[in-house]
Design a protein around this ligand. Structure first.
Ligand SMILES: [Zn+2]
Length: 183
């Protein structure tokens, strides 16, 4: 479990893509995105969700996955574009500060789908206030790229699971063997 509600909210959103190994793309259609959002009580089931909403959700998610790959020191060639996208998304999906005696939180300024996406940005902003953001990473085993919380003391975690870690070492071992045979 991630020791942060905000971190969990970010992982819930990013871990919705297909991985080529059985996990399906959840945001592939308007219906899929609407079901996901309703399932997490982020949208009432009767809200109209369009295909372009699903595209917006995928774009935001993929930009976040790119940043999480960079956190894991994986090659993330799309990083400058992803950061630019996220900056623009911040203007498109505004947040308001709700301040009280107990603390302050960022809440979506709008409802509907823009509100769901703003909520994700708010969770990122909250995670970034503490130690959580840099520990949210995407698995370096392509095409898994699943988000996880790196609990290692020195922030050296690169894989979502021991399975992904051993797949990558097996691949590297096979490549070394092949390279040696060719030499
Ligand atoms: Zn993985």
């Amino acid at each position: 479990m991630v020791e942060s509600e905000a971190g969990e909210a970010v992982l819930r959103f990013v871990n919705t893509h297909a991985d080529g190994g059985g996990r399906p793309e959840l945001f592939g259609t308007a219906r899929g995105f609407a079901d996901w959002a309703a399932g997490h009580e982020l949208l009432p089931p009767d809200v109209v969700v369009t295909e372009s909403d699903a595209v917006a959700a995928r774009e935001l998610r993929d930009a976040l996955v790119t940043v999480l790959l960079a956190h894991a020191a994986a090659p993330a060639p799309g990083l400058p574009d992803a950061e630019k996208y996220l900056e623009q998304a911040g203007a498109r999906y505004p947040l308001v500060a709700v301040i009280g005696r107990e603390g302050a939180r960022l809440r979506p300024a709008a409802g509907g789908v823009p509100g769901v996406l703003a909520g994700v940005l708010g969770a990122v902003a909250e995670a970034a206030q503490g130690d959580v953001w840099g520990r949210l990473k995407a698995c370096c085993n392509p095409p898994c790229h699943f988000g996880f919380f790196d609990r290692t003391r020195n922030r050296s975690g690169r894989f979502c699971s021991p399975g992904c870690s051993s797949q990558v070492s097996m691949r590297a071992m096979r490549k070394r063997r092949k390279d040696a045979e060719m030499a």
